[in-house]
Design a protein. Structure first.
Length: 227
């Protein structure tokens, strides 16, 4: 039988550590240019020697957050909340998978392409740019689906927390609102790309989800001490 006490400890530490790792890795990401300005952004990315490491750090943060959410689903498995928590766990696994695909494209493939574009001769530069820009569009597609999927997972866990008695209802309400915001931000990104409106909705919703995840990590650690 899986020890809920041990799993909650692992989940709590993973959730909190994941948020910290993701925030630190994101702060190391070059952000001087607008991501919607592809030529300027590509030039900035080509100069970044830590691009791959930064994105692998972001992926590690998402994996750790996903571990925390799976632990949360186990804690919420009883009663009416259990079905919603199970759906949240399934969506979390999908979100982590999408995040892995996103970092494979953004963190590795795009870096190869912008480096090649930066080093290309004047005659080949336009053609290589179009190839890099195509990779960028795949990145946008994966980023939008990752945001929407993670938002849906948080929304489902929020519903589960509202229906459960093992955590504060306010945390559930915050999860519903934050998850819905991330879901909407993902849809906007799918339609508008790296536009001003997409950035304006993505950043606040991401921060809301991260703060909610921190609270979930604290809840898991507290629950582990009560077992």
């Amino acid at each position: 039988m899986l020890s809920e006490d041990h799993f909650s400890k692992i989940g709590g530490v993973s959730a909190i550590t994941g948020v910290v790792v993701l925030l630190v890795a994101t702060m190391l990401h070059p952000m001087d240019t607008h991501p919607g300005d592809a030529p300027a952004a590509f030039a900035e990315y080509a100069l970044d020697r830590f691009w791959v490491a930064t994105h692998l750090g972001q992926l590690l943060g998402v994996v750790l957050i996903g571990t925390g959410l799976i632990a949360l689903s186990w804690m919420l498995r009883a009663g009416a909340a259990g079905a919603w928590a199970l759906l949240g766990a399934i969506t979390t696994v999908a979100s982590v998978s999408l995040a892995g695909a996103l970092q494979a494209v953004d963190g590795i493939a795009l870096k190869f392409m912008v480096d090649r574009w930066s080093a290309a001769s004047e005659d080949a530069r336009a053609m290589v740019f179009e190839a890099a820009f195509a990779v960028r569009q795949i990145e946008i597609g994966l980023a939008s689906l990752t945001s929407a999927s993670l938002g849906l997972a948080v929304l489902l866990f929020g519903i589960a927390l509202v229906l459960s008695t093992v955590g504060p209802t306010l945390l559930g309400v915050f999860g519903i609102l934050g998850g819905l915001a991330a879901l909407v931000a993902g849809v906007i990104l799918a339609y508008a790309g790296f536009s001003d409106i997409a950035m304006a909705t993505s950043m606040p919703s991401t921060l809301a989800v991260l703060f909610w995840t921190l609270a979930v990590g604290i809840l898991l650690l507290r629950r582990s001490r009560l077992q």
